[in-house]
Design a protein around this ligand. Structure first.
Ligand code: NAD
Length: 448
């Protein structure tokens, strides 16, 4: 047995180094697809697994459904053997399987691990000796050891177990968090160090060897739980600091101080200060969600994560704060919100991306509508929006030429292709939640 395991190990390392290793990536979304393309650039033949037939079909036709990934990139990957499939029996062909499926919250604001558990259950019957399974989905510390490993072991008909050292037969398991920042091109993906925590030193080394082919640096931590916690620390750090500037923005407004001027001055400090900006509320699949994964897990240890909860409260209130400011700005101009025409600029949760998840724009539109406003939106990334997981807009993007028709234009997402001076010039009133109108002097701008 020992010999089989050691030989198998040697073989996988050779296959990784020679780029012959077959890598399967489960979940062809914002994380999984770019990861597949990175490996493909390194000449690995990648198989992308997804339950969404539309995504599988689009990829196999050489197309893309993510705006910043052109179809040409998919076609280039196809030349290196990239293909997509919904067929889990093909898991058995892979040497390495990386799981990048969603980890949302359920309606009670608790972790919803169903995507991970469904994936792992579907994979388990096809596992084989010596395979490496890596979870990348963001989750609470303990998920890999307490949820993924038992499901893989229980669902495997040949009784394979996780191998925790080179002497044991079985499959290897590791956790490695995804640290991508969509739309941020200041750091090349390769230059983002990759944190890896394995179930044992062999899994650790194998996972590091896989990632070392596409990342310039890998950081090894002692366990999957330490790697899971690393990702949460990073996102909670952002969440708490954004809440802090959001609170200070509200205080500054009351004191007649321009928070943006203060931030610009503070960020000149060459040490001890990392800049965060206020905004209309948190969005995306990570920052509004991940902290609550930890809060939930903390309860098991009779621990209350007070910082996280306070930050969550402040950030969740921001869309209400924006709507109050819209009402106030309109009433100062003798206009009621009820019956007023309001144009929301930007639906995406942040600048220059095509991602609507948890976007504060959606909440702001809903709150404005509840208060009787007639709301339309413009977003260059969404020509129309129908029914989502938590919203039903059923609207089409209003052309910017129609800006003069509105009583108020609310800048919620500061897409870089907007011509802000022109928008201000043509609007009756602009409420700017992002300081997108910085440097423009006009009496019809309210910054909040
Ligand atoms: N988007 C980001 O910027 C980002 C950054 C860091 C970490 N993350 C984390 O990465 C994970 C994935 O996020 P994402 O943004 O790529 O999500 P996504 O929704 O864009 O993609 C997930 C994909 O998984 C597929 N899927 C769901 N269940 C499946 C199953 N059982 N089998 C096969 N495929 C399945 C979906 O069809 C979808 O294509 C999450 O845990 C997220 O928190 C995301």
């Amino acid at each position: 047995m020992t010999v089989v395991a050691v030989d198998g190990l040697h073989e996988i390392i050779q296959r990784i180094e020679s780029r012959e290793a077959r890598i399967g990536i489960v979940g062809m979304g914002y994380v999984g697809l770019p990861l597949a393309l990175l490996f493909s650039e390194e000449r690995f033949a990648i198989t992308g697994f997804d339950i969404d037939a539309h995504k599988v079909g689009t990829l196999n036709r050489g197309g893309s459904y993510i705006v910043r990934i052109p179809g040409a990139d998919i076609q280039a990957a196809q030349k290196n053997g990239f293909q997509a499939t919904a067929d889990y029996t093909r898991i058995g062909e892979m040497d390495v399987v990386i799981i990048c499926v969603p980890t949302p919250l359920n309606e009670h604001h608790e972790p919803d691990l169903s995507f991970i558990t469904e994936t792992v259950k579907a994979m388990a019957p096809h596992l084989r000796q010596g395979q490496l399974i890596i979870l990348e989905s963001t989750t609470y510390p303990g998920t890999t050891e307490e949820v993924v490993v038992p499901l893989l072991e229980q669902g495997n008909p040949s009784g394979l177990r996780v191998a925790r050292d080179a002497a044991s037969p079985g499959f290897y398991v590791a956790f490695s968090p995804e640290r991508e920042d969509p739309g941020n091109d200041t750091v090349a993906r390769r230059d983002i160090p990759k944190v890896v925590g394995g179930c044992g030193p062999v899994a650790q080394d194998l996972a590091s060897a896989v990632y070392a082919t596409i990342f310039n640096r890998t950081i090894q931590v002692s366990s999957p739980a330490a790697a899971e916690m690393t990702k949460l620390l990073e996102n909670i750090y952002r969440c708490v600091n954004i809440a802090l500037v959001n609170e200070l923005k509200q205080l500054c407004m009351r004191m007649g101080i321009d928070i943006w001027e203060v931030i610009d001055a503070a960020k000149t400090k060459p040490f001890g200060f990392h800049v965060f900006y206020p905004g209309p509320g948190l969005g995306g699949h990570c920052i509004p969600i991940d902290p609550f994964y930890l809060s939930w897990k903390a309860k098991e240890f009779d621990f209350r994560t007070r910082f996280i909860e306070l930050a969550g409260e402040i950030n969740a209130d921001m869309p209400y704060f924006v709507v109050e400011n819209v009402m106030e700005a309109m009433s100062q101009r003798g206009k009621a919100l009820r019956g007023a025409r309001v144009l929301v600029l930007g639906l995406a949760y942040k600048r220059d991306i095509d991602d609507l998840r948890e976007s504060p724009s959606l909440t702001i539109i809903e709150l404005l509508q509840q208060r009787g406003a007639l709301v339309e939106y413009n977003d260059p990334f969404f020509a129309s929006v129908g029914q989502g997981r938590k919203y039903a807009l059923n609207m089409s993007s209003t052309p910017l030429e129609r800006v003069p028709d509105f009583d108020c234009v609310v800048i919620v997402t500061d897409h870089s292709q907007y011509d802000y001076p022109k928008i201000v010039e043509n609007s009756k009133l602009v409420v700017d939640t992002r300081n997108a109108t910085k440097g423009i002097v006009a009496t019809n701008i309210v910054r909040c």
